[in-house]
Ligand binder design. Structure first.
Ligand code: CP3
Length: 368
């Protein structure tokens, strides 16, 4: 059982998620998912049939409700703010749209390096107050023992949207911008780095216990380009984050970047399934915590396969402190909800028995 917290200390401080982020021992391996509140959930789809996505993001009370209900339903160990990576670019001058059935689009994206100044400095968080309000409302509606994770896109991933106008596949325009005009690239990345740091610190001040920096598309680069065109700016963001707030630095697509991702910073490094977890941890170094790394497609399979894969990942984490279980990327819309719920139970049960402690799942009746 957990010992009594010191008077005045909020319960989330000693939660398994926060302990793992600090590399302290935990009674079970904490687990949460990227895109845990999303289209695979029927109740989310119902809500979305009544309100467009961007309007949902701009209605803090609904954002809070969506996430709090999801956490209750899944019994995950952490909540992530319900919002989107791209809303930060609107007050910076880009017009964001989510056309039905397609990914997000910016129609007035940066056509060439000469247009770099069309991306404006984010001088204040006033126009993003709806996000901060969502943090405040989510924090106050969540049970006290559940930490809330704030998030933002990393400068490279945001730059790629600003330059491609949408999620690209080869990032040809982004790389050409970067190679052809390093000065404009520096201006762009420094401006984004300042904006992201300001935004994340705003979320921390509004009540987030940890933050995740998503560099979702940076895996399209090789290590030398990462080093030169990305690392200094990501490092600047991470160095500017409010002290004592754990940061999860997440990238996907290219395990060869991991030693550099470590150098850029983050107490927790998020990894995908393209590398074994044990190998990733050895590369990153055991002084950092690690988050990952089940392939989201495994959740479309039978539960006995899911269980085997969970067991393998837990075995690879071994008896080290500092593993946060997650998928290597977001939950896919086709995922059966019962598999996501079963996965949470599997992680809790298998890791608790490994640690010789009681699983949190036994606190609830299995028929619920
Ligand atoms: O549950 C959560 O994880 C919290 C909320 C969250 C969303 N987006 C909600 C969302 C988070 C953390 C994000 C991050 C995000 N958004 C990323 C980084 C994570 C990653 O997947 O790499 C990126 C690249 C985006 C940009 C974005 N937003 C895309 C590409 C899309 C469309 C494609 C898709 O997968 O849905 C979105 C839309 C979006 N963001 C939805 C949700 C729940 C679906 C919108 C809908 O209801 O139709």
């Amino acid at each position: 059982m957990m010992s009594e917290p010191p008077p005045g200390e909020p319960l989330w401080v000693q939660s398994p998620f926060m302990k793992a982020a600090r590399k302290e021992p935990t009674p079970w391996t904490p687990v949460w998912f990227m895109r845990q509140a999303g289209r695979y959930l029927p109740e989310y789809r119902r809500l979305r049939s009544q309100i467009p996505f961007l309007q949902l993001c701009k209605t803090p009370s609904l954002c809070a409700e969506v996430m709090v209900r999801t956490v209750e339903r899944l019994r995950v160990d952490a909540a992530i703010l319900f919002s989107d990576l791209l809303v930060i670019l609107e007050p910076m001058g880009l017009r964001l749209e989510y056309p039905v059935g397609e990914g997000p689009v910016f129609h007035n994206f940066l056509q060439s390096p000469h247009e770099v100044d069309r991306l404006l400095e984010l001088d204040s968080l006033e126009e993003l107050d709806f996000v901060l309000e969502a943090v405040r409302l989510t924090r106050s509606a969540l049970p006290e023992h559940i930490p809330l994770i704030g998030f933002a896109g990393a400068p490279f991933t945001l730059a790629s949207y600003a330059i491609e106008g949408q999620g690209g596949s080869h990032f040809r325009r982004t790389k050409s911008f970067m190679y052809s005009d390093p000065g404009a690239w520096q201006t762009l990345m420094e401006r984004l780095a300042r904006a992201v740091a300001r935004f994340l610190n705003g979320q921390i001040q509004a009540g987030a216990q940890a933050v995740q920096l998503f560099d979702s598309w940076v895996g399209c680069l090789g290590p030398d380009d990462y080093c030169c065109y990305v690392l200094p700016y990501t490092r600047a963001v991470l160095e500017a984050i409010t002290q004592h707030t754990p940061v999860i630095h997440f990238t996907t697509g290219n395990p060869a970047l991991l030693p550099l991702v470590r150098q850029a910073g983050g107490q927790v490094i998020g990894v995908d399934w393209r590398i074994r977890l044990d190998e990733a941890w050895q590369t990153i170094g055991y002084d950092r915590a690690i988050q990952g790394n089940l392939d989201p497609v495994v959740l479309l399979a039978q539960q006995d396969l899911i269980r085997r894969r969970v067991q393998e990942i837990l075995q690879q984490a071994g008896s080290r402190t500092g593993h946060i279980f997650n998928l290597g990327h977001g939950v896919l819309p086709q995922t059966p909800v019962e598999n996501v719920m079963a996965l949470v139970n599997m992680v809790h049960e298998l890791s608790a028995s490994k640690a010789g402690s009681e699983s949190p799942s036994t606190w609830f009746s299995p028929s619920e």
